[in-house]
Design a protein around this ligand. Structure first.
Ligand code: 6GU
Length: 246
């Protein structure tokens, strides 16, 4: 997957993308991440990227020209033979559709993504209307820019790509993949400061362990995020368990 990020602060991405799963995925050529500084596409010698809002009001608005030209430059580098479907051009904005594991799985199907990080009080509306194909928000709170949101989206998407995680099961078992929170995990020592690991996990009885984990995941989801249960994809035994626990 090729990921192009259009941002005012490319240096913010350097450290996160140079460690952990990103480092490995880039080294193994599973992903390539290109950072594009919006300022490089400014038209004047002061490299102006923002301006006062028409109609007045506080704050500045990101100008359309540098953003359009940055994305057009990315598009012009795509080999024509690839053609294929539409290239997702995603604007990160608090007004976008809510990001979720479902959306991450949807984006993981593409071979190329373009992410535009918004800033200041906003982005000229023509960017949303005529350049972006999608708008995403990572939650109901306001960040000073789309950069952290873009990193969240890239992390959630990249870890779903085949070969990025150690084993294929690692992301299949995650919280939210089936719509439930994850069950508790333990490792050695079996007793730490007098706190014991649940006995069933030491039993070697795999069917019993699977049943315990399923019950824990359901209990935890009921306690913490009951609204997730309505949307969850449950097996019939799990549905019965939910009814029993209710
Ligand atoms: Cl995508 N951008 C900004 N600036 N704030 C946010 C956000 C995005 N998602 C939640 N808050």
């Amino acid at each position: 997957m090729q990921i192009d990020v259009v941002t005012l602060f490319p240096e913010m991405f350097q450290s996160p993308f140079s460690i952990g799963i990103f480092k490995r995925a880039i080294e193994h050529e599973l992903i390539s991440i290109n950072l594009h500084n919006i300022r490089d596409y400014a038209h004047d010698k002061h490299r102006t990227v923002d301006d006062y809002p028409y109609g007045g009001g506080a704050g500045m608005v990101l100008k359309p020209e540098p953003i359009f030209e940055a994305v057009e430059s990315i598009k012009s580098d795509i080999p024509q033979k690839q053609g294929g479907g539409v290239l997702p051009v995603i604007l990160l904005t608090p007004q976008g559709r809510p990001f979720s594991q479902q959306v991450a799985m949807e984006l993981a199907k593409y071979s190329h993504l373009v992410l535009i990080c918004g800033h200041y009080e906003g982005v000229d509306e023509r960017v949303r209307e005529y350049l972006a194909t999608d708008e995403i928000s990572i939650g109901d709170y306001v960040l000073s820019g789309g950069e952290l949101a873009a990193m969240v989206v890239v992390d959630a998407v990249v870890r779903l790509l085949p070969g990025v995680l150690g084993s294929e099961v690692s992301s299949a078992n995650d919280s939210h993949t089936h719509g439930l929170l994850e069950y508790p995990q333990y490792t050695r020592p079996a007793v730490y400061r007098g706190w014991s690991v649940p006995e069933v996990l030491l039993s070697g009885n795999h069917a019993q362990i699977a049943r315990w984990r399923s019950e824990q995941a359901i209990r935890r989801t009921m306690e913490r995020r009951p609204e997730l249960l309505d949307k969850a994809n449950l097996y019939s035994e799990e549905v019965q368990l939910v009814d029993r626990l209710k």
